[in-house]
Design a binder for this molecule. Structure first.
Ligand code: HEM
Length: 462
């Protein structure tokens, strides 16, 4: 049995903080030479919450993560910085990473509002969670006040809110499927796959029964142990465009029920979260979202849930060649812990109401944790979501998240008997507004980083 060092692992790694509906993500820079990131971190680290349930008040949570530039700003030596993964070193907006992730055209980092080449560097991401609007505002003001007093600058802020039950802005139940981390104190739901802790937390065995590579200090300190890597992507959703397109392409055209069915086939679940594989013809309503399902035997041709639906691409379960067992084993090496939340005003009502443009900026702050950006997040994005040849398809990408790469738009096949239906020229519904790759240190590593940074602060010329 894996024993996790719960008091050393930051809380966000093992928990989604579902009981704290209000979140604020503060992106901070200590670019100014006069600023004192060492003093800041020495103070903040005492407030950072671990995965162990402590005596601290349950009303709020603080977690923190760093970009590679941020680690350099804290004073890490060249060889220490070089021991972090290449993806973190390059950053999400790097050209090579954009190429791997398919962040081109509308999603190109040049147009981002955070984390792109024209947005100024981000050193740290402070993640705040609280029970209500007043509490999150007070927590934010306290934390940001201290950052400002020590010469830091808030480069960007996002707010997220969990509504219960959680629906993402297109109106679909979200946050259903999550791997269960071996050794986590969170009770395991029967539908959750058990995934070795080393897939998400450094210092433990992973799905290959190996220890993930861990960044090292020149003094022999294991910087990575009990840490994780975090992906942050601000995904703006065109809710009106999505529903207008569904109404236009529905058969009969404009019919609300048919539009909902079509939208559900793009997602792979009904708005209630019920899986299409188990309920191909109608939405049974809440209660079925946690039912077990797989694809290999139940729906090999995708006539219940299309082969290219978002959930089939994001987690193909047992559907990949050569066999169900091989598929399960391979897929187990590319899992993500999703910690994102919707931002912006709720969109609700009938498909026609949702299709009425209201000019609101809304979407998903997608946050995922993994032990390897390349083997987990980037693999899912590149080899499954964005792959035109996924599962025997030949020129389509994920209908929900992929950027449209040519003027013909996106395609989506709906296998059915006697003939499949092919939707051509779908527009892009989700636009990447920015993001970054972060290291989530353990509490011990935070203390180590703080002492490094304090020394560096002190060594500044007067
Ligand atoms: C705005 C963009 C997105 C929307 C609207 C969206 C929506 C959804 C919905 C409605 C579900 C089903 C609920 C659930 O199983 O929890 C889902 C599942 C999932 N999504 Fe997304 N998603 C988005 C982006 C992404 C991205 C960028 C990734 C990964 C790179 C991703 C990975 C997943 C995974 C792994 C699942 C679970 C699938 C399963 O295990 O069955 N999603 N998403």
């Amino acid at each position: 049995m894996t024993q996790l060092e719960l008091s050393d692992i930051q809380g966000i790694v093992l928990f989604g903080y579902g009981s704290l509906p209000h979140a604020r993500w503060v992106h901070v820079s200590f670019e100014n030479d006069e600023s004192e990131p060492g003093t800041w971190l020495s103070e903040l680290r005492h407030e950072v919450h671990a995965s162990a349930r402590g005596k601290r008040r349950q009303e709020e949570r603080i977690n923190v993560a760093f970009t590679h530039t941020g680690l350099a700003r804290l004073g890490l030596a060249e060889s220490e910085l070089a021991s972090f993964p290449r993806e973190l070193q390059q950053g999400m907006s790097d050209q090579l990473r954009s190429h791997v992730l398919g962040d081109v055209d509308e999603n190109d980092p040049k147009a981002w509002e955070l984390g792109g080449p024209s947005n100024g560097p981000i050193h740290a991401l402070v993640m705040l969670y609280a029970k209500n609007v007043d509490a999150i505002a007070a927590l934010r003001d306290r934390v940001v006040g201290r950052i400002a007093a020590l010469g830091g600058v808030v480069v960007h802020e996002d707010s997220g809110e969990l509504r219960d039950p959680l629906h993402e802005p297109f109106g679909f139940r979200d946050g259903i499927t999550q791997p269960h981390v071996t050794g986590s104190p969170r009770p395991r739901d029967p539908h959750e796959d058990e995934v070795p802790a080393g897939e998400f937390v450094l210092g433990y065995r992973n799905a290959y029964d190996e220890f993930p590579p861990s960044p090292q200090g020149t003094d022999g300190f294991d910087i990575g142990s009990n840490g994780s890597y975090l992906v942050y992507r601000k995904l703006q959703q065109d809710t009106a465009g999505f529903w207008q397109c569904m109404l236009d392409r529905a058969r009969p055209n404009g019919d609300a029920k048919a539009a909902t069915k079509l939208a559900s086939s793009l997602v792979g679940r009904w708005p209630s979260g019920a899986p299409l594989v188990n309920y191909p013809d109608h939405d049974p309503g809440p209660g079925a979202e946690k039912e077990a399902f797989a694809f290999h035997d139940a729906d090999p041709a995708g006539t219940k849930c299309p082969l290219g639906a978002h959930i089939r691409r994001a987690n193909p379960r047992d559907m990949l060649a050569p066999s169900a067992n091989e598929s399960r084993r391979a897929v187990g090496r590319h899992r993500l812990l999703r910690r994102g939340r919707p931002y912006g005003p709720i969109s609700k009502g009938t498909p026609a109401q949702r299709a009425t443009p209201d000019g609101a900026d809304r979407g998903l702050v997608f946050i995922a944790l993994n032990a390897s950006f390349r083997r987990q997040f980037e693999f899912v994005q590149q080899t499954w979501l964005n792959n035109p040849k996924f599962a025997g398809l030949y020129d389509e990408r994920d209908p929900i998240t992929a950027s449209v790469m040519d003027e013909r738009g996106q395609h989506f096949s709906i296998p059915s008997v006697p003939v499949r239906r092919r939707l051509a020229c779908l527009p892009q519904f989700v636009t990447l507004r920015g993001g970054g790759y972060f290291f989530v240190p353990s509490l011990r590593a935070l203390a180590w980083l703080a002492s490094r940074a304090t020394k560096r602060d002190a060594a500044r010329p007067p």
